[in-house]
Write a new protein. Structure first.
Length: 640
């Protein structure tokens, strides 16, 4: 069976998504649109696919080659002077029978084999896949003759059929395509009808997304990441490459020292873990996720790591977690194996062979170092989300070494990405990953205020009690704020990290200071919803997760001016960025507390941004794309 894919479009309406690549290579959850279609065709029994390329067509050739990796025979027809969607059909070599013809910018669940079968049974030279669209009018419609109303329909539902951009065509249709002039598929349909040919419609009701605009892309991305298995089919034959790895080397930190040779951890050898794993079918991979715990409370990095575990599990991957962290109650990770050391993993999960290792948070270096060594031992790509500012890395030399070793490094901001490149990480290995709110249930701000007897506007500090997070600065700012806004109350949520934190709070005792320490997930959500402004004047940070959560609740934030803060908070739009000192923080708080209109506008701006830029489906898509790139790079097939 033969298919012809029209993949020459520039995709200019997609803006930044197609600045440096053809439209067909725009990714959904780590897979290009074109790869998804090719996998579907292969699963439907198609053997040959012709790719009609034009704009940046060499990138498509480089990515897919002869198609052997996907179990297909790919050939190419190059349209040097693009003249529309139908014109490339004149260039297809060796076209002798019915072929599926479709645009390469679609995400669909259509039954390709069923479509081809229906075409053959119809006897028509062209079949058009169609979908029914329904739209309810928001107003009543009238039929009017002169000044006389003859009929009325109150908010009628209108139905019409659309072309899905998927066809089956016989080679004979080419005689209706003019040479050397623009010709598109609607024009071809019209020409066939005008010449008395029958054009059949093939209705289908499955999923269908035409990815033409950024909004279309975001919708398709969200649906794909929600259930990739609905759209994907297994890859073609691609067995693992043989290999017999030697003992894992210690990490070279560049300072003459070595760190954590896991080949002898726990007295158990990991020198011969088995065959080298390339694992091309990304849905079937085994993944090891490694990160450390802060013991009291759960950090943003831990939340991100556990959410990644939850996502991988839902995708059907085999996951093992190397950590001493306990998952938050709101996450569905029951049944996922958790081990405390490489030795325990070797003992408890002797058959586990990770195809990819993902480590989080360089503020906790031991699990990251172990992950790096295990990745080397299993010849698996290493993904790294450093997650913490370099100021809090306990072992900076090791941190830099692991960044350079990683196959892909995920940065939370462009500033952080630039820092990694400055360490010597190749630019193509650095990828941006967004944040995602992690709030439980439905917020009840009234309940929170009643429970804690809060009657005035409240300022919320939510984070670890460590000097770098600025809790002392907020405490010192309280009295400056009270000179102007004595009704203001301050709520502090988060575990003690500094040894003197309890004494510091005792020195600032006041009924308007509510020291709640560690709270449950619902109380956290209620507290954010109840506050007037969230204040976290960090002096060292990357991208505090709580900022996204505050914006999700429509609250503005006040941030310290740590390096990269301008990449996180849009100063004057969804928050304020100030020096982490009592005076500037108090001044910022007073200005927002005194201006309800400005504060509300900032909250709305933050909420709009949270909806447009953040969310777990976007995090998952970034990770999936990074994983896919890292594995392709390992096998020598990565394309930029």
């Amino acid at each position: 069976m033969h298919a012809i894919l029209l993949v020459g479009g520039k995709g200019t309406r997609l803006g930044r998504y197609t600045e440096h690549r053809p439209k067909a290579l725009v990714e959904l959850g780590g897979y290009s649109m074109l790869e998804i279609i090719l996998r579907q065709l292969r699963a439907a029994g198609f053997v040959r696919v012709t790719l009609c390329i034009s704009h940046l067509g060499h990138m498509i050739r480089d990515e897919f080659g002869d198609g052997r990796e996907l179990g297909l025979a790919l050939d190419y027809a190059t349209d040097e002077s693009p003249l529309g969607t139908a014109a490339p059909l004149l260039l297809v070599p060796g076209w002798t029978g019915p072929a599926v013809v479709m645009n390469g910018d679609l995400l669909t669940t259509i039954d390709f084999a069923g479509l081809l079968r229906a075409h053959r049974e119809s006897g028509s030279p062209l079949t058009v896949a169609t979908q029914c669209r329904r739209q309810e009018s928001s107003v009543g419609l009238l039929r009017v003759h002169g000044d006389r109303i003859t009929a009325v329909w109150e908010k009628p539902v209108v139905e019409w059929n659309i072309s899905a951009g998927i066809y089956v065509a016989d080679p004979v249709v080419r005689k209706y395509i003019p040479l050397g002039t623009p010709a598109d598929m609607p024009g071809l349909i019209t020409a066939l009808i005008e010449h008395g040919e029958q054009v059949r419609g093939h209705p289908f009701s499955g999923a269908w997304h035409d990815i033409g605009t950024p909004g279309d892309y975001e919708l398709a991305l969200a649906e794909f990441c929600e259930d990739p298995g609905r759209y994907l089919a297994p890859r073609g034959p691609d067995g693992p490459s043989p290999g017999d790895p030697g003992p894992a080397d210690a990490i070279d930190t560049g300072d003459g020292r070595a760190r954590l040779d896991v080949s002898s951890l726990g007295g158990r050898s990991l020198a011969t873990p088995g065959p080298r794993v390339l694992a091309r079918d990304r849905l079937a991979e085994a993944v090891l996720v490694a990160f450390g715990s802060y013991q009291r409370g759960i950090s943003g990095a831990e939340r991100m790591a556990w959410r990644t575990v939850e996502w991988l599990r839902r995708q059907g991957r085999s996951v093992v977690v190397l950590t001493d962290s306990a998952p938050p109650s709101i996450m569905d990770v029951a049944g996922v194996p958790v081990v405390g050391s490489p030795a325990e993993m070797a003992s408890a999960r002797p058959g586990f062979r990770p195809a990819l290792v993902h480590a989080f948070d360089l503020a906790k270096p031991e699990p990251v170092a172990a992950a790096a060594q295990l990745a080397a031992a299993y010849h698996a790509p290493l993904a790294l989300t450093p997650a913490s500012a370099q100021d809090v890395w306990q072992d900076p030399a090791l941190g830099r070494a692991v960044c350079r070793q990683a196959d892909v490094v995920f940065a939370l901001t462009s500033m952080e990405a630039e820092q990694f490149r400055g360490m010597g990480v190749p630019p193509e290995r650095v990828r941006l990953v967004p944040h995602a709110s992690d709030l439980a249930g439905t917020a009840d701000p009234g309940r929170f205020r009643r429970l804690h007897a809060i009657s005035g506007p409240s300022v919320l500090f939510m984070g670890r009690r460590t000097a770098l997070k600025g809790y002392q600065v907020v405490l010192q700012a309280t009295r400056l704020v009270w000179r102007h806004r004595p009704e203001t109350e301050f709520v502090f949520i988060g575990p003690d990290s500094d040894a003197d934190a309890t004494a510091v709070f005792a020195a600032h005792g006041d009924r308007r200071v509510h020291d709640l320490r560690v709270v449950d997930e619902q109380t956290k959500h209620d507290a954010i919803a109840a506050c007037a402004v969230l204040c976290l004047p960090s002096s060292a940070d990357v991208f505090p997760l709580v900022f996204v959560e505050a914006w999700s609740c429509g609250k503005p934030v006040i941030s310290g001016d740590f390096a990269g803060a301008g990449n996180v908070v849009r100063d004057g739009v969804d928050g304020l960025v100030v020096p982490p000192a009592p005076g500037p923080v108090a001044e910022a708080l007073v200005s927002l507390l005194a201006d309800d209109t400005r504060r509300a506008a900032m909250g709305r701006a933050g909420q709009s941004r949270a909806r447009a830029e953040f969310g777990w489906h976007r995090v998952a898509a970034a990770y999936e794309a990074g994983y896919a790139w890292a594995m392709r790079a390992r096998s020598g097939t990565a394309a930029g």
